[in-house]
Design a protein around this ligand. Structure first.
Ligand SMILES: [Zn+2]
Length: 338
């Protein structure tokens, strides 16, 4: 299959990811490390998702996403020989995987990003449940719902492993999804207000479509979960906002580094709150949250609805958590799992 993948990337003149992937699985082109500078347009009938003719992707290491044999996405960094690609691991190391059972991933509908994982468990519930596990479970449910509706969905992580913020963002640029949704759950305060759900959604300050996606996700979560008679925690930052730093760019790396791909961070509810953590532990609540997120994403993709919950943005500097990658443990990318 994919010893020809790298060559196919250079040969495909269509920006549509489906075309690229098909080319990658059908062509018999000789593997090469250099992209043809004048790629011939493909004439086969491939459904185009856009009428604008973007230039074909270039073979720039670190800018192409590959589904490794494990199913885990990695960034392509060249090939060791005709049989093995060099890819990045979630811990941002370089390993090789068999090219024949790898595939290029590009032009997808949605890239879901379950926050934290591995050495970074994220927030903790009073019960001990951690955010990384909850984020992953919700994201897998959202992926299943969207895929059932025919959408092409990928995840930045699909198990309990770490991935750097830079790598998550680079996967978004490489897979070129229509939307990037980072799924988190909040912590920091536990002060039930009963004034409504305290969902916080952050969007890229300069991207109107990211803002609209945030508004539709807010509307959907508020309708699907906010109607419950729960002791919600709601901070002054509830709603849909941009958070920028004093340099004038997005505060959150996962939004700043994904410029060009509409991206949002969703903090649906407070994991640090005793009452919300109880809800978040239930299958029923997680299913409802996933349904609300999937509905909001679908609505963003298929309508021009404006959404709601918009609040003034704010400027605040801070320091993101820098994890020490020396203790990062990579999953194997070489073999199919389970
Ligand atoms: Zn988080």
């Amino acid at each position: 299959v994919a010893t020809a993948l790298v060559a196919a990337v250079g040969l495909a003149a269509c920006a549509d990811g489906t075309a690229l992937e098909r080319a990658g699985t059908s062509t018999t082109a000789v593997p090469t490390t250099t992209a043809p500078t004048t790629a011939a347009p493909t004439t086969t009938a491939v459904p185009a998702t856009t009428t604008t003719s973007a230039p074909p992707p270039q073979l720039v290491p670190g800018t192409l996403a590959v589904r490794t044999p494990s199913g885990i996405l990695g960034l392509w960094y060249g090939h060791e020989d005709v049989h093995r690609f060099i890819v990045s691991t979630p811990c941002d190391r370089r390993v090789t995987v068999p090219a024949a059972s790898s595939a290029l991933v590009r032009g997808i509908d949605v890239l879901l990003d379950p926050g934290h994982g591995g050495l970074d468990p994220g927030a903790k519930a009073p019960s001990g449940m951690n955010e990384a596990e909850l984020n992953l479970d919700v994201a897998l449910r959202v992926a299943e719902l969207l895929r059932a509706g025919g959408l092409r969905v990928e995840l930045t992580r699909d198990d309990d492993y770490f991935r750097t913020i830079a790598d998550r963002a680079q996967l978004a640029l490489a897979t070129a999804p229509k939307a990037f949704v980072s799924i988190h759950h909040n912590s920091g305060i536990d002060a039930p207000t009963r004034t409504g759900i305290g969902t916080e959604i952050y969007h890229q300050a300069a991207d109107a479509e990211a803002r609209r996606l945030g508004g539709l996700l807010y509307e959907s979560l508020d309708a699907g979960l906010g109607a419950l008679d729960a002791a919600w925690t709601r901070s002054a930052r509830w709603g849909v906002r941009a958070r920028t730093n004093s340099a004038g760019t997005d505060f959150y790396g996962v939004l700043r580094r994904t410029a060009g791909v509409p991206a949002v961070i969703v903090e649906a509810a407070y994991l640090s709150s005793v009452s919300e953590a109880e809800l978040l532990a239930t299958d029923r609540f997680r299913a409802a949250e996933a349904q609300a997120l999937a509905d909001g994403i679908r609505r963003w993709l298929t309508t021009a609805d404006p959404g709601r919950g918009y609040q003034p943005g704010f400027v605040e500097d801070g320091t993101g958590g820098n994890s020490d990658l020396r203790s990062c443990r990579d999953p194997s990318l070489d073999l199919p799992r389970r």
